[in-house]
Design a protein around this ligand. Sequence first.
Ligand SMILES: *Cc1c(COP(=O)(O)O)cnc(C)c1O
Length: 475
Amino acid sequence: MDLKDFRQHAHQLVDWIADYLEDIEKTRIVTEVKPGEVRAQLPHHPPQQGEPFAAIWQDFQSLIFPGMTHWNHPGWFAYFPANHSPPSLLAEMVTAALGAQCMSWQTSPAATELEQVVMAWLQEMLGLPSNFVGCIQDTASSSTLVALLSAREVATQHQFGRQGSSAPEATKMRVYASKEAHSSIDKAVKLAGFGLDHLRKIPTDKDFAMDVEALKAAIERDLAQGLHPTCVVASLGTTSSSAIDPLEAIGKICKQHGIWLHVDAAYAGAAAILPEHQGMLQGIEDADSFVFNPHKWLLTNFDCSAYYVRDVHALLATFQSSPEYLKTAYDPQVVNFRDWGIPLGRRFRALKLWFVLRSYGVEGLQAILRHHIALAQDFAQRLDAHPTLERMAPAPFGLVCFRHRPEGWGPDAPRLDLHNQTLLQQLNQDGHQYLTHTRLDGRFVIRVSIGQRETQQAHIDHLWQTILDALPNLP
Ligand SMILES: *Cc1c(COP(=O)(O)O)cnc(C)c1O
């Protein structure tokens, strides 16, 4: 493809993108393709000769597009949002055009320095302590792994007086997280060599937040047995119900015992740009690391995860390596973000965040998040006022968990799960909205996660109506 053709196709594609976003509500939100169906329509072998772009694009439209799920549809109530925005899309185009590999300051100075600037902007927006420093990671899962590896390294240095921690030393170390914590914690505990059976799942209170007394007891039990409590992961906004662990109390315990405190605020961290939600960060100064995902609820394309640490030396001690072929004359004066995480190569992710923060401004982003939270509160109030619909957890952000419990059915009636599974299926059959489920206290509940950029009252009204319409037909 020469640049003349590129220019022509690119213009067409931009028009296609704008049309797609304009008409997204006409698209069925979840595809109806069955497993293997897309693959069966594609050749088993790569083409030997190059094909014209028109043919590729034609196949995209007829074979690939119909197999996509539309996360940016305003009827998206599933999982958590992965919302994006026009300025973020534009930045992704430019990032792709530059194709820069931003591993070191030298390999694109502006990328490193812009990342420092946008991380400092976000830090100020969330009210994070000024002694924290941040960098962009691909995902919260990677950030949490980075945190656990750092915690392991620091503990090894303290306990064994040497660097470069190895797995055998980790076998006496223990990690703590609430039983509602995200599965990425389990994964990171495994990957970091702690061993999954050395992860203590701490019970939660009635609101699904970590029970601090139980945490304290677990740590004391382990200490009494000569084990090394190494890291506590506090969740601000759990995935099932957006529960908020009591950070301040957890921080005090960690401080007392010299335990690394990692804060997973992947989804709900974005809400801390609202002064009325910064209370959840009370005690954050005692945290060692903090992660939240602008790629969830801050209009920035996946992937973009903001990871902050209190002591950058611990991070560098874990990840820094400086082989001859990467050394540059500027190394003593600059930040090389390749030393702040696992991969060497880094995309220029700061650009999309910069485009987004400048396009919307702090107030613009605050208004969008407040709108989502108001919609969630409206939905929660409707549930609370309904005689047989039950809200199953507090709803401080954009997520509301509910189920239907017919009159006369006990809270653990065996039929309830099937009843609500059927309700969920019926709501999703609609084609204009998509919801997913979880379990809270073992009970099947439907999650309504409100956070798409274009989700409006009308979409909530539609959801509500489909719920009411479905109720008479459930098993
Ligand atoms: C979504 C989520 C994660 C995982 O995020 P990724 O960026 O996809 O790895 C981790 N923790 C919580 C609480 C989440 O909601």
